[in-house]
Design a protein around this ligand. Structure first.
Ligand code: GLN
Length: 253
């Protein structure tokens, strides 16, 4: 019997993992196992009930094309209350691109009608129309959240939607090079309680293990109501990968 165990809730893995974001779940699982933390993964779909979801310690949602977002939103709305409760209970969460768009007030896709979101994040997202390019490319930013102050993060973005934060939302990071939320205001992603939204694919966590450890530490804090020290694994490979992407963008780490 291990001293600690965590359950990772993974939203709609068959529909919301178009851009390889499943790699984030693998990193969270491995970085827990390296610290002798038992890990269970709950794949969330239309058959998952609230009782199961109440046991989640870390919540993850990946990216998707407009088509899959239109499919997922119907069932996601049925889970609105339990998702709201988890985030309000400070359950640490990471949502990438197409997922945070659905946790905002609404997302207007490139074609078709507005997708009403869960309204958990005070933000809106909209595709500016067929004549506007997708925001695609390597990105680098500086995290701006407590516990990750000034950590440089790298990733890859690929989205048509542009996100605009409301007065009750703070950006997860500040763009150094690339577009981030909308290519206009240097904001990247969103943070609300312990829930992070980000446009960074890559996937995000392999090259930014600091964020994975932030999520794991928060989950242990919330579940066991105490601060658990995580021993540092050898992150040479992650650091090399991060500095390689930064160098491609002309930034020396
Ligand atoms: N379909 C959404 C957009 O184009 C999200 C894309 C994604 O998850 N990478 O903005």
């Amino acid at each position: 019997m291990k001293d600690y165990s965590l359950k990772i809730g993974w939203l709609y893995p068959d529909l919301m993992s178009t851009y390889g974001d499943r790699g984030n779940v693998i990193v969270l699982q491995k970085r827990c196992e390296w610290r002798d933390i038992e890990v269970k993964i709950l794949k969330i779909d239309e058959h998952t009930n609230d009782q199961d979801m109440k046991t989640i310690d870390i919540l993850f949602g990946g990216g998707a094309q407009d088509r899959e977002q239109k499919i997922v939103i119907e069932n996601l709305n049925k889970k609105k209350q339990i998702l709201h409760d988890l985030i309000e209970k400070n359950v640490p969460s990471l949502f990438v691109c197409g997922s945070p768009q659905l946790f905002g007030k609404y997302y207007e896709p490139e074609e078709g009608k507005r997708i009403e979101g869960l309204g958990i994040f005070d933000m809106i997202s909209k595709h500016p129309g067929i004549n506007h390019p997708r925001l695609i490319g390597n990105v680098i930013a500086r995290a701006q959240i407590h516990g990750l102050e000034d950590i440089t993060i790298v990733g890859f973005e690929n989205h048509g939607g542009r996100t605009y934060l409301g007065s009750n939302a703070r950006p997860f990071a500040k763009i150094i090079k690339g577009n981030g939320n909308n290519g206009e205001d240097s904001s990247e992603g969103v943070i609300y309680k312990n829930a992070i939204g980000s446009y960074f694919h890559g996937p995000l966590l392999p090259k930014n293990p600091e964020i994975a450890d932030w999520l794991i530490s928060k989950a242990l804090d919330v579940k066991y109501k105490k601060s658990v020290t995580l021993k540092d694994p050898d992150d040479t490979l992650s650091r090399t990968a991060k500095s390689t992407i930064a160098k491609r963008l002309g930034i020396k780490l």
